[in-house]
Write a protein that binds this ligand. Sequence first.
Ligand code: GLC
Ligand code: CA
Length: 554
Amino acid sequence: MPQPDSPSTLALSTDARSWWRTGVVYQVYPRSFQDTNGDGVGDLFGITARLDHLVALGVDAVWISPFYRSPMKDFGYDVSDYCDVDPVFGTLADFDTLLAAAHGKGLRVIVDWVPNHSSDQHPWFQASRSSRTDPRRDWYVWRDGRPDGSPPNNWLAVFGGPSWTFDPATSQYYLHSFLPEQPDLNWRNPHLRRAMLDTLRFWLERGVDGFRIDVAHVLMKDPELRDNPPASQGRAAFHKDMGAYGSQVHVHDRNHPDVHGVYREIRALLDSYSAAQPRTSVGEIHLFDLADWASFYGKDLDELHLPFNFSLLKVPWDAAAVRRAVDEIEAAVPPGAWPNWVLGNHDEPRIATRIGPAAARAAMLLLLTLRGTPTLYYGDELGMEDVPIPEALVQDPFGKRVPGRGLGRDPERTPMQWDAGPNAGFTDPGVTPWLPLAADAASRNVAVQQTRPESILALTGRLLAARRARPALHRGDYRPLGGAPAGVFSFYRSQGGERLLVLVNFRPAAVEVALPAGARSVVVSTHPAAALPAAGAPLLLRPDEAMVVELSAG
Ligand code: GLC
Ligand code: CA
């Protein structure tokens, strides 16, 4: 059993305590990583079997998307038991095996936690909907309709339609910010609150190293349930076209200031389990007002360790735009807090599809050299691209319910490409995987790229090795370089006597860059043959090239 905080905390080195700052996180979408029992769906044994890939790559932690009991209406983000493993993924014992194996290899494990809503099949909701007087009634948000019978207010669900569904059994509406099968939990009810914190304890006591908190900004709503105002034309509050959901300003249906009390409580809980094993929290925060976003670190840095920073999902691949986004985040992160960066996840189009395969290499270098914890989405180390899904095979409810806007998330969730064999090694030969494999799986896979120094897999490995070896990269300062030519974003990373310069060419055209004095050597480049010019001569960055240059101590 973990001990409460004690002086032994001090025995841990600063490095061990701050692994979530210096380390790199790799996200596994468990349905799509490795199937071991031939049902075409990835499972926990599959992740255990593939841990060596993560070790060889050189990441520090794995975040696993939900594997809890679930009717899978939203593929695990609809949880019917927070403290058990869904049979499609295995058993609790399989999870313990995975955790022990990961720890044995020096990898930390972050599990997903879905506190905003449960499944409608969760026994709590079953009880809640059974009668208006059930003790669990108030664990969810129930309201009468308006006098004309319409929903209590104008709130809209992210996945289409109103966020209220009428339940004839008790003649009231219940709130759901996502699918009707994902009723929102009522965090204002102290019993619910305690029960949910107990689910955190359950996983902390099993030994997990942290939580990724699903839609962390949505938990607390306006207690008066006031209508949202309409959004003015051209307002860009989202990073993509959200359909009707984007027609409102979401001031009342999420991010009520009371949410911060929840995270202070969660942080205190995590801290109480962190003496011998430092635990972390990463919150999914889709807020692009950066002061709002930064507030999730907490006034006294007593809330989330890392509120996910999705700003790179919002900007075009353009040097000036990316530099502005980076500088805005650097300015918004409170003193003493730590940034983080994301280029993709299970909800977003793949980076290689968004910006093209050549630029994706430069993007990988950027992700792994910025100041802050990077999270790498499985398959991006291969340059995997979105896979077009024929209509008959579409799985994702988002794409089905809000069609025609490219919001379906299946294309970025296709099976990991391990080798050139049948089903790319993801599942047994002859089995149909739950989503189709990419057409290029026979050539774009781990086995092939491992043998090729020019592959993006080898590049990612070199970047991760450089990042691990160099304090300037994993914990150093960030300072943008002024006067870089158009199309180039360049910045310094420094720590102690170590000084590095990162150069990223955002354009598919060569460009000359004047190097500062003291350029000593190329640490790593997206181009295998990169070398420095003679002293004083400009550096020629090739099309889409990015590199890290070591400078003499200044
Ligand atoms: C988050 C998850 C997404 C899920 C949604 C509802 O945005 O990342 O996959 O559908 O929450 O839980
Ligand atoms: Ca399986």
